[in-house]
Design a protein around this ligand. Sequence first.
Ligand code: NAD
Ligand code: UD1
Length: 338
Amino acid sequence: MNILVTGGAGFIGSHTLIELYKAGHSAVVVDNLCNSSQESLRRVAAIVGIEHIPFCQVDIRDRDGLSHVFDAHHFDACIHFAGLKAVGESVEKPWEYYDNNISGTLVLLDVMRQHGCKNIIFSSSATAYGNPQQIPITEQCPKGQCSNPYGWTKSMLEQVMSDMQKADPDWNVVLLRYFNPIGAHPSGLIGEDPNGIPNNLMPYITQVAVGKRPQLGVFGNDYDTPDGTGVRDYIHVVDLARGHVAALKKIGQGSGLSVYNLGTGHGYSVLEVVHAFERVNGVSVPYVIKPRRAGDIATCYSDPSKALDELGWRAQYGIEDMCRDSWNWQRNNPDGYR
Ligand code: NAD
Ligand code: UD1
């Protein structure tokens, strides 16, 4: 299939491109590079052994720009990664998040249907469950109250796409709820390249390990968890990327509306991740305990069995692989793509 990959220069998009090409698909990337670099696409091309990845520097809110891309290419489906994702920033700049993520997706969906492309895979998040009513979280678990505008954009966009699919069954919509993607391609050539101070755990750990930051702050050790620190379902980004290829197969069969958790089903605490990272990589990660971070929950991990039953997908990599590959990327690229 020929796939439009919005946000394809970013962390998850770049890893997904590799798995798409490996599975025999082709892709065109649309990205405005607001949180990424074209260097990632050059490296993806090198990994998959092609000259270049077709790329259009377009903002998805730019209707004319996007229409030109659709006029120039035939797409069988879109994998839609483009969006802003920093939780704290979304609290400071809600309008910018609603405009970018919601307006951008509305424009994309409209241009897609005008061009007769009604197959979409959407990057949603476990954040849509809010404070989950059950652990492990199944897709049956009701959506919850999000603690920030970023989360609401995911929750609202799920609703928009579900309603559109209900009104027009020609749409095939796959909502993928990611748990906590970490790790990097085993080549060490591509990985996560956050701007400024990382918000998320793994990029912070790797920056401490490489000496860019003195110590990790562990946000709370008084949660109701085995060691008191927050428990999450970390998933290797290569596994996550393969989940999209599995979802494409499903969409090709006319799947209607479907939603899947992409996680491993295992929860690790912050301190378990720190210790696994130190053990696997032979480096030390100094940390201090800090107060809880607003909006955090104690425990969040998936029941990923629906994706196994219906997509034939399951995560292959474990926490050690994730720690090794995150470090391999950071060590080889201390300044990311710069
Ligand atoms: P990323 O920031 O690395 O990639 C997003 C890409 O979208 C970037 O390359 C950015 O330049 C591009 N982009 C943003 N707004 C755009 C616009 N208006 N027009 C065109 N391009 C635009 O983030 P990521 O970690 O790869 O995440 C990809 C998607 O998955 C996002 O939608 C994110 O919300 C979602 N997600 C990520 C995580 C995570 O932990 N990384 C978890 C759950 C969901
Ligand atoms: C966060 C977002 C979530 C988003 C996801 C992926 C919040 C409240 N949630 O999830 O909406 O989908 O990122 O982008 O921000 N931690 C530390 N020290 C740090 C960083 C994190 O102790 O410096 C802890 C956190 O308290 C948490 C765990 O590590 O227990 C994982 O945090 P993080 O990587 O930010 O992911 P989430 O909070 O699960």
